[in-house]
Design a protein around this ligand. Structure first.
Ligand code: C2E
Ligand code: MG
Length: 576
């Protein structure tokens, strides 16, 4: 074979290989179902490939023809597509962009990506536009979003969406100083209907009831939701306007006087409604809903089929019933009450100890803060049972931590006045200290100023006794009550905790800082250690350090956390 023939064969072989590769790529592009538009700037050549015809039935030969694509695109999407097609209109524009647009006369959604390839000098050489049908994907996404926020049975908002809406209402209402109400509505005897007439009839009733509620929601100031089973919610912004919750309730009852027609039967429905109003009843969306539910349950239990508003006596009874009904045995405490712990540090951020803070998780898993039940429990001897449990739990936890981590720390426990005034308070405490083999100095009792309002001399004697045994004591929330410096000076306590409202006030105005500074100086001279509560910002900590405050506690350094989370922190302390 001569040289010439050899070159020809070689070229043929190469040609075959290249066209084989090309075929492979074309097949791949076709199989993808997508369409591509290639543009070469130098030659102003444009060619479309892939499934171009399935997207657009026009020919594009030059880039000028690209403008024809707009005749296919919904008006509101045209601008987005223009940005992507003409991505290179400015010198320093990005080299790729993407958008989604909908075709005019079809519910077809298309994603368009553009990529500009530049030469070494940064001049555009080629542009590749890539079109992909995303209709199916969009539908799936819409379906998912629907499932996440709507109840599939009734088509109303679900609990998640309702919570989100109420959170936004809270923001708005706090800005506008407005109020609004949340009504929790329960269909009485729904279970009987469900089991008597069947689940399908029950579902139909819920659907029709949902539609009745929806008819009330004529504008954005009213929303309704299907929370679960036979529970619905309705919320009305500005209930002092025309449509108060009471007004809507009566209209609803009027409508319910006509039975629902379900399959071939007629069903009459009555409802129990509980109402919680922002900001009076609660400050967060979930608490508002919970409290509306609490009063609804009470209304239901008392069988009045009416409407009831959340107020202090209601919650008082609720707690009394819930707790006393259980006879307050250990099992109930262990099951429903728990302690959180918040770390305390010195101003050099060295760990000092923790404050035990009670939480109540009721049967339905709702977390109730102490501010909501301690004041109520304090009105009865309930607080003594709660206080005894807290003391034992805190001391046993301390003993466990000492053993596990080999650290010595202060366990601060809040003591309410009724509990403190019990004759057996000190003996019971000392018994626990012995039982769990902890040191008295490791316990700090936090006593509110209100304790000192009782019988001052008696309280002083008890504090002296505690001091004698070596137990530490602290005055809690100092600065907002009526305890004068002259009385404070006579108190045998170790530490004074400055209330978080004063610490918060330090940042608001200079006077706030001066008040705290003078307080700390005066307390120091009286021989007390000082602790600042509610330290949330670094500049508060810096200032407190500068003005000689010894200890700090607050969200900046650590939030109250459950026992296991606190153990992680203790574990870290050992190694630091
Ligand atoms: P307290 O003794 O003044 O406890 C501090 C409260 O402030 C805690 O609220 C804590 O979570 C919160 N806090 C801590 N750091 C910050 C902060 O940086 N910023 C803000 N804004 N707050 C902060 P919590 O746990 O809701 O307790 C409220 C009150 O309930 C306590 O006030 C205490 O008086 C009482 N309490 C808690 N547990 C018990 C208990 O076991 N027995 C008794 N009798 N009362 C308790
Ligand atoms: Mg406290």
């Amino acid at each position: 074979m001569d040289e010439y023939q050899y070159q020809i064969d070689l070229l043929k072989a190469l040609n075959q290989k290249v066209s084989g590769e090309c075929e492979k790529y074309v097949a791949l592009i076709d199989a993808s179902g997508d369409a591509f538009l290639y543009y070469s700037y130098g030659e102003d050549i444009c060619f479309a490939t892939g499934n171009w015809e399935q997207f657009f039935d026009i020919q594009i030969k030059s880039f000028h023809d690209v403008s024809k694509l707009f005749s296919y695109v919904k008006e509101e999407d045209a601008e987005k597509l223009r940005e992507v097609l003409y991505i290179d209109k400015d010198g320093d524009s990005p080299s790729s962009a993407t958008c989604e647009f909908c075709k005019k006369d079809a519910e077809q959604w298309i994603q368009c990506d553009s990529h500009v390839m530049k030469d070494n000098a940064g001049k555009p050489e080629k542009k590749l536009l890539y079109f992909r049908d995303i209709s199916k994907f969009r539908k799936q996404n819409n379906d998912l979003a629907y499932l996440a926020y709507y109840d599939s049975l009734t088509g109303l908002y679900n609990r998640n969406r309702f919570l989100q809406e109420i959170e936004q209402w809270i923001d708005k209402a706090s800005r506008e100083k407005a109020i609004f109400g949340v009504a929790f509505i329960n269909l009485n005897d729904f279970r009987k209907i469900n089991s008597g007439s069947g689940v399908l009839v029950g579902d139909e009733l819920l659907r029709q009831f949902g539609q009745v509620l929806l008819k009330f929601c004529v504008d954005k100031t009213m929303i309704c939701a299907h929370m679960n089973g036979d529970a619905f919610c309705i919320a009305i912004y500005d209930p002092y306007g025309e449509r108060t919750i009471d007004h809507v309730y009566h209209k609803l009852v009027e409508r319910l006087n006509n039975p629902f027609i379900l399959a071939d039967s007629q069903v009459s429905v009555t409802i129990s409604v509980g109402v919680a109003e922002y900001p009076e009843a609660a400050q967060t969306a979930s608490e508002l809903i919970e409290r509306a539910e609490i009063v609804m349950l009470r209304e239901k239990r008392e069988g009045q089929n009416g409407i009831r508003y959340f107020d202090a006596p209601v919650i008082y009874d609720y707690i009394q019933n819930a707790v006393i009904e259980h006879k307050l045995n250990d099992a109930v405490f262990e099951k429903e009450f728990l302690l959180f712990y918040q770390p305390q540090y010195d101003t050099e951020e060295r760990f000092r100890g923790v404050e035990a803070l009670i939480r109540w998780q009721d049967e339905d898993g709702r977390m109730v803060n102490p501010g909501d039940f301690i004041p109520i429990a304090e009105k009865s001897s309930l607080i003594v049972s709660i206080g005894k449990w807290v003391l034992e739990k805190a001391i046993s936890t301390l003993a466990g931590w000492k053993q596990k981590f080999g650290v010595s720390l202060v366990m601060a426990v809040n003591i309410s006045s009724v509990h403190f005034s019990q004759d057996d308070f000190v003996p019971h405490l000392m018994e626990l200290i012995r039982k769990y083999e902890v040191e008295p100095e490791e316990i700090e009792l936090e006593i509110a100023e209100s304790v000192l309002a009782d019988d001052f001399e008696r309280v002083v004697r008890k504090l002296e006794l505690l001091q004698h045994y070596g137990v530490q004591t602290a005055v809690d929330n100092f600065g907002v009550g009526y305890l004068s410096f002259s009385r404070l000076g006579k108190l045998p306590v170790h530490t004074v905790k400055i209330d978080k409202s004063l610490i918060g006030g330090m940042l608001k105005e200079e006077a706030g800082g001066i008040v705290v500074e003078s307080m700390i100086a005066m307390l120091g001279r009286l021989g007390y250690e000082t602790m600042a509560e509610g330290v949330e910002h670094q500049n508060q900590l810096d200032r407190l350090k500068k003005i000689g405050c010894e200890y700090v506690q607050g969200y900046l350094l650590g939030r109250p956390a459950p026992e296991d989370a606190m153990e992680i922190l203790l574990d870290k302390q050992i190694w630091e």
